[in-house]
Design a binder for this molecule. Structure first.
Ligand SMILES: Cc1cc2nc3c(=O)[nH]c(=O)nc-3n(C[C@H](O)[C@H](O)[C@H](O)COP(=O)(O)O)c2cc1C
Length: 176
């Protein structure tokens, strides 16, 4: 399979998943900035294109780069993976994934989630401020939901809950 993996990553988790996926499949990785500079012809020879983007306030960063092109890529295997700080079974993950593709696009492309983590040292200044504000809101919020309580405890500092096993469903889809 001739696979291209394009990724948008701020602190490295999404890139790490791109590298793991490339190792496991023999695919080629490309930063979104390089992919944005390519013309349509460049993508013609790939049998499969996967886009990975990090979760930012319930949206997948740069996913529009992918979703605005895939109508022209029907016939290829197409997938998005989102990497966020929420665990795979986190309460907002499904909502985030379900709104990325239109009903028609869901017939020929798939969306996956891989849990990443938080790295305050590598975040931009703006991202760090936004995450600290979000962590403070969660801490103040009174909730009985154990998943939300756990999230409130986790987001105040850096952590890494990434694992290559979260790529298994994507690999199965690509190889089917
Ligand atoms: C401003 C901001 C908003 C975020 N929003 C979400 C979110 O809605 N859901 C989530 O699971 N993670 C969220 N995260 C966490 C990142 O998606 C997470 O740290 C991810 O692993 C970053 O990937 P990267 O290392 O490839 O940049 C947010 C992080 C920042 C800085």
């Amino acid at each position: 399979m001739n696979l291209l993996i394009v990724y948008a990553s701020q602190t490295g988790f999404t890139k790490k998943y791109a590298d793991w996926l490339a190792e496991k499949t023999g695919g080629e990785t490309m930063d979104i900035k390089d992919a944005e500079a390519k013309d349509d012809k460049f993508f013609a020879d790939y049998d499969a294109i996967v886009f990975g983007g990090w979760a930012n306030a319930g949206k997948i960063v740069k996913s529009a780069w992918f979703t605005s092109r895939i109508d022209g890529w029907k016939g290829k295997k197409l997938a998005i993976y989102c990497v966020g700080a929420s665990p795979n079974d986190g309460p907002h993950v499904d909502d985030m994934l379900n709104k990325v593709l239109t009903a028609d696009q869901q017939k020929y492309a798939k969306v996956f989630y891989c849990q990443g983590g938080l790295d305050y040292d590598k975040m931009s200044f703006g991202s760090r401020l936004a995450m600290k504000a979000f962590a403070a809101i969660l801490k103040k919020k009174k909730t009985d939901d154990p998943a939300e309580k756990l999230m409130a405890e986790m987001v105040g500092k850096s952590y890494d809950i990434s694992d290559p096993k979260y790529l298994d469903p994507i690999i199965s889809y690509l190889e089917a």
